[in-house]
Write a protein that binds this ligand. Structure first.
Ligand SMILES: [Zn+2]
Length: 173
């Protein structure tokens, strides 16, 4: 366990030691991710376990979770989406090694014998962002209503009217 994060780690060394790293990273520290967020308040919690698999590959398993505040693509208001990304990585040195990996794991490439921990965590969170973030889907019609009142409070009335017309069939249906 370690709460103080090194910037770079040697994944082979950690795998040999069977080390587990866990901690928290402020979302504001992850600049690529921050660009996609409405708010960078909060942090991401992670646990990463390093080990050697049966082929002696250095592997990293664990999870990265965070509550991400994104822009709802239906009402353009912030929507908080909890993400919990499962990490299952194999450390590789050259791209060709990626083809030899089992389907269930993704490659992570070392640079000069090390990997950048924050980059790894950030990549996992970026991959976990849905392509079209939205308030919970209209499985039940009341959920549309939950999304809509926020629209009416912030958007100009013409846009709201258009939106209402578009959504009317859902309300009535
Ligand atoms: Zn919404």
């Amino acid at each position: 366990m370690s709460s103080r994060l090194p910037d770079f780690v040697d994944p082979w060394r950690l795998a040999n030691l069977g080390k587990q790293l866990s901690g928290a990273v402020g979302l504001g520290e992850l600049s690529r991710l921050a660009e996609a967020l409405v708010s960078v308040e909060g942090e991401s919690l992670f646990t990463l376990e390093f080990y050697r698999d049966e082929k002696k590959r250095a592997r990293i398993k664990g999870n990265v979770e965070a509550e991400l505040v994104l822009e709802c693509q239906r009402c353009l208001e912030p929507v908080t989406l909890p993400v919990d990304a499962e990490v299952n990585l194999a450390v590789i040195e050259v791209a060709a090694e990626a083809e030899l990996l089992p389907d269930e794991c993704d490659p992570v490439m070392v640079e000069e014998g090390r990997i950048q921990l924050l980059d790894l965590i950030e990549d996992e969170l970026l991959l976990a962002i849905p392509q079209v973030p939205m308030h919970p889907q209209a499985h039940a019609r009341w959920r549309w209503r939950r999304c809509l009142p926020m629209v009416t409070s912030k958007m100009c009335s013409r846009k709201v009217r258009q939106m209402r017309l578009t959504l009317l069939p859902f309300w009535l249906g």
